[in-house]
Design a protein. Structure first.
Length: 231
């Protein structure tokens, strides 16, 4: 179960360091994965190719106005769906022959998204840091280090959901009710707030739903992966 311990350590470290500079390159990458989700769904439901540029205009929350309840519902959930999906995909590819190319593919996607969108030019410093790390890893040829970075990248994607739901929504709601920390600066994500407006469920309930989904995926995939690695 040593791998499971590593996964839990990475998850805890990412959540604790989420807003720190040291995690910025990986955090931006996880935000990219998140943005791809609701921009792609908005594109499918008629927003057009402008959805991708609108969604990536900045690294804050960008709401896409699409028509119809169902399309709005999917767009608002699209970011979390995308984050969860990338987590599943990366962990799945880690067990295949693509594993040795996986970090390079992620680095190329990272660069491509920033190149095609001028609004993201400020992210280049973090992309350079990330790509430099990947190049060094390919030069060192350490399977153990590769696995660590792959795990950090994949877990950061699911950590986005956990941080958004647990820290920025659930803990925020508790703090707002009991006024535990006066200087608390976070707030529930706009897409959870918008979900509460178009459904009978409040943002807190949607946060709990997505938190449970992310924990389930984390437990199912990484526990299974841990057992797989012992065979």
């Amino acid at each position: 179960m040593k791998h499971l311990g590593r996964y839990i350590f990475i998850l805890a470290a990412i959540i604790i360091l989420w807003n720190q500079f040291i995690l910025r390159p990986v955090r931006i990458l996880s935000i990219f994965f998140h943005k791809i989700g609701y921009s792609f769904i908005a594109f499918l439901f008629g927003y057009g190719k402008g959805a991708f540029f609108t969604a990536f205009e900045n690294l804050g929350v960008t709401m896409l106005n699409v028509r119809g309840w169902f399309s709005s519902f999917l767009v608002l959930n699209g970011g979390y769906i995308s984050s969860a999906l990338f987590f599943v995909i990366i962990m799945g590819l880690k067990k295949t022959s693509i594993k040795k190319y996986l970090l390079g593919i992620v680095a190329i996607i990272y660069m491509f998204i920033s190149i095609i969108n001028p609004a993201l030019q400020f992210t280049w410093i973090y992309i350079i840091i990330f790509v430099t790390i990947i190049i060094i890893l390919y030069m060192v040829k350490s399977n153990s280090l590769d696995e660590w970075i792959i795990d950090i990248v994949s877990i950061s994607s699911i950590s986005y959901i956990i941080y958004d739901t647990f820290v920025d929504t659930i803990l925020f709601t508790i703090n707002e009710k009991f006024n535990i920390i006066n200087s608390w600066r976070s707030a529930p994500p706009a897409y959870l707030v918008e979900l509460s407006k178009i459904t009978p469920l409040p943002a807190l309930v949607w946060a709990i739903i997505w938190l449970l989904i992310s924990i389930f995926l984390f437990n199912m995939l990484l526990l299974k992966s841990s057992r797989y690695s012992r065979r």
